[in-house]
Write a new protein. Structure first.
Length: 293
């Protein structure tokens, strides 16, 4: 048996990357009976059927650490959330929405602000907001080749998705990280940027720096379906340490008097910007839920 990772699935075949190369595999019939569908990203064991033609069979699937729906990939461990400093101007409420989705999927999060060469003074504040919340923030410029190595460090040894709106420079950044990326994906802008957001097939690409990246951006739907009013606050990690709020676990940190989170917003320990995003999302969830009942 050979250990490997499924990096692509196509018409019932799974392409498994192993230390002895790539194998085209079928899945054992038992998986279908158990209603288990192998997923891109799965860590598997295969038996070799035909070494010459690199054909095998997926025998076992390791338990998944994470399982993304869009794109459908198992065992992603990190989300690199990408927004531009300028052109387009960052929509922070959208950024916070990406964070909520990534937190919900239990991914490690790094926030990248691209196009720092265009900065006209807003970058410092952006970095401050998200560092204060507890995130690692990396400003980069693909144009001027700044901090590309720092992003590579984040990729090394991890399976990551890039997430963020189109036009912020995700494909430009990936091209800087790995010069052969364009060859691997064909038309990059079509793949990771515009146009392929509705894709149902995802593929993992191995990068020279030792990371693995999804060829489609993460969280193509940012709907808040299924998130409970009480649950949202868990995804604003800077609220965590105030969870001993006088109102206990029932506090949604909104209209409750003497709420510790509100106090922290007042005295600047929590960013107002982030708190307002939270309230906005909270209201959206309520409206959704009231329509449902
Ligand atoms: P994507 O849709 O997120 O993949 O974004 P692209 O990589 O296609 O980039 C969108 C536009 O932003 C392109 O015109 C890029 O040339 C430009 N761009 C990307 N990165 C930078 C950067 O670091 N600085 C500047 N000034 N422009 C950039
Ligand atoms: Zn509270």
């Amino acid at each position: 048996m050979l250990k490997g990772k499924i990096i692509k699935g196509l018409s019932g075949f799974y392409y498994v990357d192993t230390e002895s190369g790539l194998y085209e595999c079928k899945a054992r019939g038992i998986f279908r009976k158990q209603k288990i569908t192998p997923l891109v990203g799965d860590n598997v064991e295969i038996s070799i059927v035909d070494e010459e033609n690199k054909k095998g069979v997926v025998e076992t699937i390791e338990e998944r650490e994470t399982e993304l729906v869009r794109p459908p990939i198992a065992n992603v461990d990190k989300a690199l959330i990408v927004f531009a400093v300028k052109d387009p101007k960052p929509n922070l409420s959208l950024l916070d929405r990406f964070i909520v989705h990534a937190e919900r999927e239990n991914l490690e999060i790094v926030i990248i602000f691209t196009k720092m060469d265009l900065d006209d003074g807003s970058l410092d504040e952006l970095v401050e907001i998200y560092e204060k919340a507890g995130y690692k923030v990396i400003p980069v410029s693909s144009e001027k080749h700044i901090n590309i190595d720092k992003v590579k460090e984040e990729l090394k040894g991890n399976t990551v998705v890039f997430a963020g709106p189109s036009g912020v420079g995700k494909s430009s950044l990936l091209n800087q990280i790995d010069e052969s990326f364009q060859l691997k994906t064909g038309t990059v802008s079509e793949k990771i940027g515009r146009g392929r957001h509705t894709t149902r097939h995802a593929e993992l690409l191995k990068l020279e720096c030792g990371g693995i990246v999804a060829d489609t951006p993460g969280f193509s739907s940012l709907e808040l379906d299924g998130i409970d009013e009480m649950e949202l606050k868990e995804y604003f990690i800077e609220f965590d340490k105030y969870d001993e709020c006088k109102f206990g676990s029932k506090c949604v940190h909104e209209n409750e008097p003497a709420c510790d989170v509100k106090e922290a917003v007042e005295n600047g320990e929590i960013s107002k910007q982030r708190y307002e995003s939270y309230l906005q999302l909270l209201n959206e969830i309520r409206q959704k839920n009231s329509r449902r009942y």
